[in-house]
Design a protein around this ligand. Sequence first.
Ligand code: PLP
Length: 442
Amino acid sequence: ARKSTSQGMLCFSSRDNHERRPPMTSSNSIWTVGADPQIEQLIRQEKERQMTSLQLIASENFASPAVMEATGSVFTNKYSEGYPRRRYYGGNAHVDVAEQLAIDRVKQLFGAEHANVQPHSGSQANAAVYMALLDVGDTVMGMSLDHGGHLTHGSPVNASGRFYNFVSYGLTEGDERIDYEEMRSIALAERPKLIVAGATAYPRRIDPEPFRKVCDEIGAYFMFDAAHIAGLIAGGQHPNPVPSADVVTFTTHKTLRGPRGGCILSTESLAKKIDSAVFPGNQGGPLDHVVLAKAVGFREALDPGFADYAKRIVDNASALADALANQGFRLVSGGTDNHLLLVDLRSFDDDLTGKEAQEVLDLGGVTLNRNTIPDDPRSPFVTSGVRMGVASVTTQGMSSKEMGQIAEFTARILRQRDDDSAVKAIATEVADLCAKFPPYSD
Ligand code: PLP
């Protein structure tokens, strides 16, 4: 049935299906990645890239070997539509225990009444909440996308913006913080059925209380999207929105440092609505291997040492902000309270776009993403800014000294962006720094 080609690749043919199958054991060489040189090479290359360059994308992190082991386990083979002890498939004895473990651990972590650990991603989690609490066409309020809100907070190219009538609040012009007054007055005028707090590119603490008060005033649901800051909340660095929000969604792979995925926490009174909106509303079978790995990640975040990790993230972000400001970059809002920074490149070099900066920094071993800054005169594809996050480099063990070096590498690459060999030489210096902080022991 399966054969290696001369290139070592797997091939399937209908004629082969009538031949005797090889034993399906892991000792069979065609079942190993090593029998597929293209894939083996890709994994080696990606590992090399991650180990030799700086990972500053604010939504990324290095998952622990335990999280990766669970993600790569035999749980990937299982189907388990439904919920623990209420499945549509047999053979779920162990999956039930794994999912219940993940639920119990995340409820303990955030002090939540109810948890759904099945969303495949943060976007799926948000879509399920909208489906649970809204009807198509309802008015919803979220943070404006060009002030830091996420695609799933009403972008016209996202299902959220297609199915619901999103209105938005934004930042103050002066200090570039959430304008809670404006949020209240728009809410009073528009009467949204749900207000979303949370952002994808906002470097400051988000206070849940003003949102709760406005929601109570107009009788709206309050959803807090903690995708980016879940780890900072779990580690006690940011206020926990669970006691004030009706629903909290988050991703498990950013500052929380678990496997890629989503999660929804809610009050007990909304539990049934949320669960039915995830399955069968938005998804089929859960990714059981990822649910297992979420249980691992939640256990790691419950460890007392995680609070120290969260503090080191915030300290590093703040040190990086100071060091970048010293290099002549303007930081949106003047700094950061969380794991990320939004850098306005115009003060450094008016001609430099976010797109060009991202591309040349990548060549120099500094990996980040371009990002619009509030009221950006350039398009979202070009932008005047970049976003930097420090969760990954903090996991590697870097601290304030290395944040200074990162700011210096960034400035030097951008200043010498027209000189290929200078940029390549800096990439070697970056690799030398990374070699001192391997995230994995082998
Ligand atoms: N919500 C916010 C605030 C995010 O920043 C993100 C992702 O970056 C998401 C939701 C979506 O998460 P995912 O990419 O897992 O769908």
